[in-house]
Design a protein around this ligand. Structure first.
Ligand code: BES
Ligand code: ZN
Ligand code: MN
Length: 507
C-alpha cells in the first residue's frame, strides 16, 4: 500500500473510504468539520447511532455512492484519557484491515484529526507516523509458501492518503508519514526473515539480503566466510558453526552518508542463529521449529538498514551479524570442549545450547577492535530465562550506562518496543567460573538471563558504552493482534531507528 497526500481541502479530497478515530463519549459527527463538509451524509448515517467507540470497535458508515467520499470507517479508541500510541497503532491497523476486507482500494485519513487525538506528551507528527506505521503493519501477512490462494484473500488497498486542509502538504507531516512508512517496511523485512523457514533463511541468504540492501541504498557490505573467521581467531564463533553443513557468515553492513565517514559509528551486533537445535546439548522436539527465529537480532538490524535506506539520516551506523546454524554433527563441539575466543580469553563450553553468547562475544570483540563505537548495542534471542523473568512481550535491557539505558527504554516505549532493566551484578560473574578455562559458557539455571549478559560483559572494554538487549520473548509471538498476525514481530527495529535518528544522549 502506497502512502499519499491530498492537499487543497475537503473539496479536493477523494477516497473510497475515510478512516476516522473516535473517542468514547465524543460524538462522531464532531470528529472533523472538514470531513462533515466532504461527507455531509455522515451526520445522519444510521450506523453512527449504534457506534460506541469502544476500543477495537469498528463501524462502517455508508453514504450515497455518488459522493467523493462514500464511506467512513469509524474506529473506536476507547476513553480519551486512556489513549496511548499503542492504542492508536492498533486502531489504524484494525481500520485498514476492515477497509481491505471491504475491498476498498483507496483510503483517506484527515490530517487535522491527528493532532486532536495525540496522547499527552505527543504531537500530531508522532500520531501521523504511528497511524501510517500501524496501518502498514496491520496489512502485513506472510503467505509466500501458500500455493493454494484463499478465495477470500483480499488485495491490500492501493493507497492510504493523508487529507490536508491547506494548499500544500506541510513538509513535517510529509516527513513524519514517510518515516512511519520506512519503519513499517523495515519491520516487514525483519518479520519476513524471522518467519522464513531455516532451509531458506540460511546464513548465506542473510548475506545476500544484506548485499541486496547494500546495492539498493549504497551501504558498504562485507561478508566473511567460515575459513576467514577461523583464521581470524574467532574460536568461540567457530565452535558454534563447526557442526553445521550450511556455511556460516559474518556480515558487516555500514551506513555512512557523505560527511559522516569519520564519525564514531553506532554499532549494532545481532545474533543470527538461523536454526538452533541446541547442538550436542540437543533441545527437546516440542517447539524446536520456533528456533528458526533465533536470528531475530540480526533480522532487526537488517530491518533497521532497510528503513535507513528510505530516509536520509546523517549518522554513521554499522551492523555486525554473526550468522550460523547450531547443529549436532560428528564435527560439532562437545560439552566440555575448550575454545579460545578472538579476545584471547578461553571458554569451556559446558552446554552447546548456550551458543548465542559464543558468537556474540567474538563479534563484540571484533566490533571494538575495528571501530570506536559511539555506542555498542547487541540484540539477541539469548535466553529462555529472560522470557521466564519478563514474559513474552518485553525484552531484557542490560546496561550500566544510565543515559543509554533510558534512551532505549523511553524511545522503545514510544514506538511500541518494551524494554525492562535487568541487572549486571558483578558478583554474579562468579557463576561463570570454569575448572579448566577462563570462563564457562553457562552458569546455574537461576538468573540465566543475567548470567548470559555477564558472560558478554567479560568481552566489553572499559569505557565502551554498551547495552545488551535480550529479545527472546518479544521477537516472535503466538498471539495474533491487529498489528501482527503472529510469528516474527519486527521487535526493536523502530527503537534502533529512533536511536539513529535522535542520537545517543551524552553519558
Ligand atoms: N535461542 C535460545 C534462547 C531462546 C529460548 C530464544 C526460547 C527464544 C525462545 C538460546 O540459544 C538457548 O538455547 N539458551 C539456553 C541457555 C542455557 C543452555 C544456559 C536456554 O535459554 O535454555
Ligand atoms: Zn539460540
Ligand atoms: Mn541455544
Amino acid at each position: 500500500m502506497d502512502i499519499r497526500f491530498q492537499a487543497g481541502g475537503h473539496a479536493a479530497w477523494r477516497a473510497g473510504a475515510v478512516m476516522v478515530f473516535v473517542f468514547k463519549d465524543e460524538p462522531l459527527a464532531e470528529v472533523d468539520s472538514q470531513l462533515v463538509e466532504a461527507a455531509p451524509w455522515l451526520t445522519i448515517a444510521p450506523a453512527g447511532n449504534d457506534f460506541r467507540a469502544a476500543k477495537d470497535e469498528v463501524a462502517v458508515l455508508h453514504g450515497p455512492p455518488a459522493f467523493d467520499i462514500p464511506r467512513v470507517v469509524a474506529v473506536g479508541l476507547g476513553k480519551r484519557e486512556d489513549c496511548t500510541l499503542e492504542r492508536i497503532r492498533l486502531a489504524a491497523a484494525a481500520g485498514i484491515r476492515r477497509c481491505r476486507d471491504l475491498r476498498v482500494e483507496n483510503v483517506g485519513v484527515v490530517a487535522a484529526q491527528l493532532g486532536r487525538m495525540a496522547p499527552t506528551g505527543h504531537d500530531a507528527l508522532r500520531v501521523a507516523e504511528e497511524v501510517v506505521c500501524g496501518a502498514l503493519l496491520g496489512l502485513y501477512r506472510y503467505d509466500r509458501f501458500r500455493t493454494v490462494k484463499d478465495d477470500e484473500r483480499a488485495e491490500d488497498p492501493r493507497w492510504l492518503a493523508l487529507l490536508c486542509e491547506g494548499k500544500n502538504v506541510p513538509d513535517d507531516l510529509h516527513g513524519a508519514a514517510r518515516k512511519g512508512e520506512a519503519v513499517a517496511l523495515g519491520m516487514g523485512v525483519a518479520r519476513d526473515l524471522v518467519n522464513g523457514p531455516a532451509n531458506i533463511v540460511t546464513p548465506a541468504f542473510l548475506a545476500s539480503e544484506a548485499e541486496a540492501l547494500g546495492r539498493k541504498h549504497g551501504f558498504r557490505v562485507e561478508v566473511l566466510g567460515r575459513d576467514e573467521l577461523s583464521s581470524m581467531g574467532m574460536g568461540a564463533f567457530a565452535s558454534v558453526f563447526r557442526g553445521a553443513e550450511e556455511e556460516a557468515r559474518l556480515i558487516v553492513i555500514e551506513h555512512a552518508p557523505a560527511g559522516t565517514e569519520e564519525q564514531q559509528p553506532l554499532v549494532f551486533v545481532g545474533k543470527g542463529v538461523t536454526f538452533d537445535t541446541g547442538g550436542i546439548s540437543l533441545k527437546p522436539a516440542a517447539k524446536m521449529h520456533e528456533m528458526k527465529g533465533d536470528m531475530a537480532g540480526a533480522a532487526a538490524i537488517l530491518g533497521l538498514f532497510a528503513a535507513l535506506g528510505e530516509r536520509d539520516l546523517p549518522r554513521r551506523v554499522v551492523g555486525v551479524l554473526p550468522c550460523t546454524e547450531n547443529m549436532p554433527d560428528g564435527r560439532a563441539t562437545r560439552p566440555g570442549d575448550v575454545v579460545t575466543t578472538l579476545s584471547g580469553k578461553t571458554v569451556e563450553i559446558l552446554n552447546t545450547d548456550a551458543e548465542g553468547r559464543l558468537l556474540l562475544c567474538d563479534a563484540l570483540t571484533y566490533a571494538q577492535r575495528r571501530w570506536q563505537p559511539e555506542a555498542l548495542v547487541d540484540l539477541a534471542t539469548l535466553t529462555g530465562a529472560c522470557v521466564v523473568a519478563l514474559g513474552t512481550e518485553v525484552a531484557g535491557l542490560f546496561c550500566d550506562d544510565a543515559a543509554l539505558a533510558d534512551a532505549i527504554a523511553s524511545r522503545g516505549e514510544t514506538v511500541g518496543d518494551l524494554f525492562w532493566p535487568l541487572p549486571l551484578w558483578k558478583s554474579y560473574a562468579e557463576n561463570l567460573k570454569s575448572d579448566v578455562a577462563d570462563l564457562a559458557n553457562v552458569g546455574p539455571r537461576e538468573g540465566g538471563a543475567v548470567n548470559a549478559a555477564l558472560f558478554l560483559r567479560q568481552f566489553i572494554d572499559d569505557g565502551v558504552r554498551w547495552a545488551h538487549l535480550d529479545i527472546a520473548g518479544p521477537a516472535f509471538t503466538a498471539k495474533k493482534s491487529a498489528l501482527c498476525p503472529g510469528g516474527g514481530t519486527g521487535f526493536a527495529v523502530r527503537t534502533l531507528f529512533e536511536l539513529v535518528s535522535e542520537g545517543i544522549p551524552a553519558a
